[in-house]
Design a protein around this ligand. Sequence first.
Ligand SMILES: *Cc1c(COP(=O)(O)O)cnc(C)c1O
Length: 423
Amino acid sequence: MYSYEQLEKWRSLCSSSFYVLDTEKLSDNYRRFQRAFTRRYEHVVVAYSYKTNYLPFLCQKLHQLGAHAEVVSRLEYELARKLGVDPASIIFNGPLKTEDDIHFALEQGSLINLDSFSEIPWVVAYAMQYPEQTFRIGLRINVDLARGGVSPLQNGYEVSRFGFCVENGNLEKALSQLAVAPNVHVVGLHGHFSTNRSVGVYRQITRHLCRLGKQHLGERLAFIDIGGGFFGELPTSFGMTAAPTFEEYAEAITSVVKEELAELDHAPLLILEPGISLVADAVDFVCRVIDVKENKGERFVLVDGSIHNVKPTMHSHLLPARLVCNRKPVPEATYHVVGYTCMEKDYLLQGYTGPLPDIGDYFVFGHVGAYTLVFNPPFIRERPPVLAIDGNEAFIVRGKETLQQFIPESVYRFHVDKQEVVN
Ligand SMILES: *Cc1c(COP(=O)(O)O)cnc(C)c1O
């Protein structure tokens, strides 16, 4: 872990709170994930889920290791292109794609997984314009995963909002609507679900994808895409019993694929779209203790960070937190760690018992690489910079924004006089 001197030095580079990206941890996560699957099945594509953390440097590092890109908006698509990703290595998912997005991605030769009926006419119309070409696309399926009446979906949802429902015949309806254009070939099925992340659920999803693929696409089945949602390594502070390992996920998924699809002439591609499992534990957040005070017997430790920096999704897990200081010995106490945002509810830690902080000490929050720094608008203050470490080297991969970059005149109007009417 980081020394006090180390943190002092990095803070002076960043001038306030900052994130630290451990590039070795990131690379190790990717390699372990990728190897777990490729060891067991020959045709594997790992497409990194951009939305989880599209810090350009981080994406580039993963692409360097061989990751494809999984994007859910045109903005993410353009970022992948800007990073030099081959369009053929971009998977375009998500519920909201425009007609232009779809035409663009088809023209570029990216794989699109359709999510709803509104997208179908756009694909058909485009394909009709180019009858000499073939367009290979995928469909996201929606299948009931409940067992014994218990849904494995996160947040207590019984039904997922995504994809084409298998049970009510929508999948078949989508296939027949697409069949209007003979040069549109549905060649794969996509099944990303936000579930309890158990191995059993992945086995179930994989089996559904394989069976539906065989049934509806037959020898045309070129891929099944399991999506993401895997656990990475979890901190002990989460208080959860051992999460499945990459090896266990890979064993479950690939054995179902081999068993179900052995009869096909061509072994389909197995696509995985990990996000959280690759990046969550590769990023820490470092903030400094600015003040310690008591209000009516409660002790409040103010830091130059916010709950928005470490937990914008407001999940319920206790993040691993560590106090780094240059004093000894440090007595234990119970206190709250609160943020700068002027919101009463801005608690980074509540009723926490640990070494009693003093002004100038640092708090390091671990496991904050997923759905944090991209899910974190500059609220009241600038977004914290990101420092990457690679061996003994540290360098800034996202700098501190100035007012000019945060609220640029080229985007915002600053004056109220001289109306420029838009019509
Ligand atoms: C969010 C998402 C992922 C990644 O999910 P994680 O839980 O971060 O692994 C993969 N595929 C799709 C379609 C997604 O929406």
